[in-house]
Design a protein around this ligand. Structure first.
Ligand code: PLP
Length: 373
């Protein structure tokens, strides 16, 4: 059994994907070009956001967004304590200070109440300037942007939506990557919309920021690549990856629907045995992960061992809260309350999740979990 079955997806769509790749090889145009432009326009239409700028990966996308806002020394950037390392990594990389914020127990996403407490702490006890909140669409469900927007407006913060896991999710009929002042996503193979290598994209309605992003991702270019007006990066999406993504977008919504059916069946079988993931009313998840939470650490560890013995792959996303990562020791991390994150890190477990996980496999997995002790 596969944790995320990318082979199956390729087998089903082999003909179209092979021919899209072949096309790029025959044209021998490997960087930029018409495929990349076409993808940006499709992604912009899909999310209903004015500008889409593709780049090399989801981490660069976050960094480029903070660069466009000129974030640096003395700035506080609020980041959920429970997320992939990248969401926080880019902050000290630019000299700013990450302030980690606890999450909501039911959705695993940033807690608006804890965000407000963290902002007040920074204002009252430090010399840092609160500038940005990086709200992550964790495991596929958009963060609570209605509440987060109210707080951001109250304290004059910009919202950077990290939609690396959330692409394809929705609040009402608005899609993920349309909620932040700038939003980013990743096309890493195992993400909801994955390519065959690294890739990323940045979204914004703001013309000025879009121009800056297009400059920063190509060596700070001015009128062209050899006219350099600022220090930037080399962060571009390969043409081959764009061609693959254009094909994959054709069946992306169908795959999300299939993931939702898988999630529904998991939840039906596991309710009562563990805490099952909650999708808030009005929200749609793209199910980057299906993550349950046991009632204590011992139960979780038992389940991992038992499932492994029976050849069922699982993963712990994430074992360590951000505020306890060694790498952040140098940049000052402010001591706030992280009780929910601590508990979730001890008890969470992500189960195999992909569109092609059949009912039989789901039953096999859930039966094992029910039998674990
Ligand atoms: C995967 C991921 C990223 C980084 O994306 P890459 O393309 O691997 O650089 C950032 N944030 C979150 C929440 C992610 O899951």
């Amino acid at each position: 059994m596969e944790f995320r079955d990318l082979k199956k997806q390729y087998q089903i769509h082999k003909k179209e994907i092979d021919s899209a790749i072949q096309d790029v090889l025959l044209n021998a145009n490997f960087i930029g070009g018409n495929r990349v432009e076409q993808l940006e326009s499709e992604l912009s239409k899909y999310t209903n956001v004015k500008h889409c700028v593709t780049c090399a990966n989801g981490t660069d996308a976050l960094q480029l967004a903070l660069m466009a806002w000129n974030i640096g020394k003395g700035d506080a950037v609020f980041v959920p304590d429970f997320t992939f390392f990248s969401s926080g990594e880019v902050v000290p990389l630019l000299g700013a200070t990450p302030v980690f914020v606890d999450i909501e127990e039911d959705t695993y996403n940033l807690s608006p109440a804890s965000l407000e407490a963290a902002i007040q702490y920074v204002l009252e006890r430090t010399n840092l300037k609160p500038k940005v909140v990086i709200a992550v669409d964790l495991f596929g469900q958009p963060a609570d942007f209605n509440q987060i927007r109210l707080i951001a407006d109250k304290y004059n913060l910009l919202i950077l939506e990290d939609g690396a896991q959330g692409f394809g999710g929705k609040i009402g009929d608005k899609r993920a990557c349309s909620f932040g002042d700038i939003a980013t996503t990743s096309f890493f193979p195992a993400k909801p919309l994955g390519c065959y290598g690294d890739g990323g994209a940045i979204f914004t309605d703001n013309d000025e920021w879009a121009d800056l992003l297009r400059s920063y991702c190509v060596h700070g270019k001015g009128t062209d690549k050899y006219d350099n007006v600022r220090i930037g990066m080399n962060s571009r999406l390969d043409t081959i990856q764009a061609a693959i993504l254009l094909e994959k977008m054709k069946f992306f919504d169908k795959e999300i629907e299939m993931c939702n059916q898988v999630a529904e069946e998991y939840t039906r079988c596991l309710r009562g045995e563990a805490r099952v993931p909650v999708v808030k009313v009005g929200m749609t998840s793209s199910w980057a992960q299906y993550t349950i939470c046991f009632y204590n650490n011992k139960e979780r560890e038992q389940a991992i061992k038992f499932l492994k013995r029976n050849d069922i792959p699982t993963a712990v996303y994430y074992r360590k809260p951000m505020h306890r990562q060694e790498a952040f020791k140098g940049s000052r991390v402010i001591e706030l309350d992280y009780a929910v994150t601590e508990k979730i890190c001890d008890c969470c477990l992500s189960l195999p999740m992909h569109p092609y996980l059949g009912m039989n496999s789901i039953r096999e997995i859930t039966d094992m979990i029910l039998k674990k002790d």
